[in-house]
Design a protein around this ligand. Structure first.
Ligand code: AHG
Ligand code: MN
Ligand code: MN
Ligand code: MN
Length: 338
C-alpha cells in the first residue's frame, strides 16, 4: 500500500505576508516589507541570544537607560539590529525604543510608518538563560500639511496600531503578530533560516486558571487586587480553583503562555511603580492588540488600554490582561473596593 504521508505544506513568513498582502488590492507592499525587516532582525538577534554565553554579549553594558535600568549588552545589540533593519528599507520615518531616550529619526524622513519597540524584553533573565523577547508596535504617520516630524505624531492611542507583535527567544524562537485580522505565529527553523507558519488564528480561552503576578509587591496592592488574588487561591471545584501561579518575569513569555493557556497577567501600580512598571507604547499596547485580536481583554484597572491617549513616549501604566472572564472578575473586585 502506498503510504500517503500527510505532508503539511510549509508556509514561510515571507510567503504568508505576501499572501496576506494580496488580499488587499491597493496594498503597496510597504507594511509587508516592514514585517519582513523585523523578521530578519529577529533571526540575527535569535542567533546571538542562543550563543550569548560564548560571545561577550552577556552582562551589563555599564550605562543606565532613561528608566534608570542598567542596560544589558544584548539590549543594545537588539536595539541596533532592529533600527538598522528598519532604516534599510526606507519606509519607517521614526523609531521609539525603550533603549533610546528620544525619538530616533531615520534618514528616510519620508517613510510612512512609526515603529515602537522593546528590543529586548525580560533583560533580567538574559544571564540566567530564561526566555526573553522583542516587542514591536507599528503606526502610520498622520497626514500633515507641514512635513516636519513632531512628537505628537508618535502619541497615537493603541487602537490606531496597524500591526503589532513579538518574538519569543525560548526553547524555540517564535514570531507572533497581528495586522488586525487575527493572530498568527511562526516558528524559526534555524537550519534553513526561515520562520515557518505554526498557528494561523489564535483564540485565547474564555477563562483560564493561571494567574501571573509578582507577589513581592503584595503589601502595596489595592484592596480589590488583594481580594482577586485571594479569590484565585480559594478551593472551589466548580470554578477550577485554586488557580496555578506562574511568573516568568519576561512579559513576552508570560503573555505568550496566557495567550495559549488562558488566565491573567497583572503588573499593578505599587509603591515602587505608582503607575505600574510596564510601558504603554511598546509593551502594553502591542500585547493588548495581540490579546484582543485573540478574543481577550486588556485594561489598566479601569479602562481599555488601547483607548488611552498617550502623554509621553515612555509612560508607564498598570496592566491587567488575558482571558475575558479573568479580566472581568478582577475589574469587578477593583471597582467594588475602590
Ligand atoms: P525589560 O526587560 O524590557 O525592561 O522589561 C522587563 C519587564 C517585563 O519583561 C516583565 O514583565 C517585568 O519587567 C518584570 O518586572 P519585575 O521583575 O518587577 O517583576
Ligand atoms: Mn529594560
Ligand atoms: Mn520590556
Ligand atoms: Mn527591554
Amino acid at each position: 500500500s502506498t503510504s500517503t504521508a500527510k505532508s503539511r505544506k510549509l508556509v514561510t513568513l515571507d510567503e504568508y505576508i505576501i499572501q496576506a498582502q494580496n488580499k488587499f488590492p491597493g496594498a503597496t507592499g510597504e507594511l509587508s516589507q516592514l514585517l519582513r525587516d523585523i523578521g530578519l532582525a529577529a533571526k540575527i538577534i535569535s542567533r546571538e541570544v542562543n550563543k550569548a554565553g560564548i560571545t561577550n554579549l552577556l552582562g551589563v553594558d555599564g550605562s543606565t537607560n532613561v528608566h534608570g535600568e542598567s542596560v544589558k549588552r544584548l539590549d543594545l545589540f537588539a536595539d541596533q539590529q532592529l533600527i538598522s533593519a528598519l532604516d534599510r528599507s526606507m519606509i519607517t520615518c521614526m523609531v521609539i525604543s525603550e533603549e533610546n531616550d528620544g525619538i530616533v529619526r531615520l534618514n528616510s524622513e519620508g517613510g510612512k510608518y512609526i515603529v515602537y519597540m522593546d528590543p529586548l524584553d525580560g533583560s533580567s533573565n538574559i544571564d540566567v538563560n530564561v526566555s526573553i523577547g522583542s516587542i514591536f508596535s507599528i503606526y502610520m504617520r498622520q497626514p500633515r500639511f507641514d512635513k516636519k516630524l513632531v512628537e505628537d505624531d508618535a502619541l497615537q492611542p493603541g487602537i490606531r496600531q496597524v500591526a503589532a507583535g513579538y518574538v519569543l527567544y525560548g526553547s524555540s524562537t517564535i514570531m507572533v503578530y497581528t495586522t488586525g485580522l487575527g493572530v498568527s505565529s511562526f516558528t524559526l527553523d534555524p537550519s534553513i533560516g526561515e520562520f515557518i507558519l505554526s498557528e494561523d488564528d489564535f483564540k485565547i480561552p474564555e477563562c483560564g486558571n493561571i494567574y501571573s503576578i509578582n507577589e513581592g509587591s503584595y503589601n502595596s496592592w489595592a484592596d480589590g487586587l488583594k481580594k482577586y488574588i485571594k479569590y484565585c487561591q480559594v478551593e472551589d471545584e466548580e470554578t477550577n480553583r485554586p488557580y496555578t501561579a506562574r511568573y516568568i518575569g519576561s512579559m513576552v513569555a508570560d503573555l505568550h503562555r496566557t495567550l495559549i493557556k488562558g488566565g491573567i497577567f497583572i503588573y499593578p501600580a505599587s509603591t515602587r511603580y505608582p503607575n505600574g512598571k510596564l510601558r504603554l507604547m511598546y509593551e502594553c499596547n502591542p500585547l493588548s492588540f495581540i490579546i484582543e485580536q485573540a478574543g481577550g481583554m486588556a485594561i489598566d484597572g479601569k479602562k481599555r488600554i488601547m483607548e488611552k491617549q498617550p502623554t509621553s513616549i515612555h509612560q508607564r501604566i498598570p496592566i491587567y490582561i488575558g482571558s475575558p472572564d479573568n479580566v472581568k472578575k478582577v475589574k469587578e473586585l477593583l471597582d467594588q473596593h475602590e
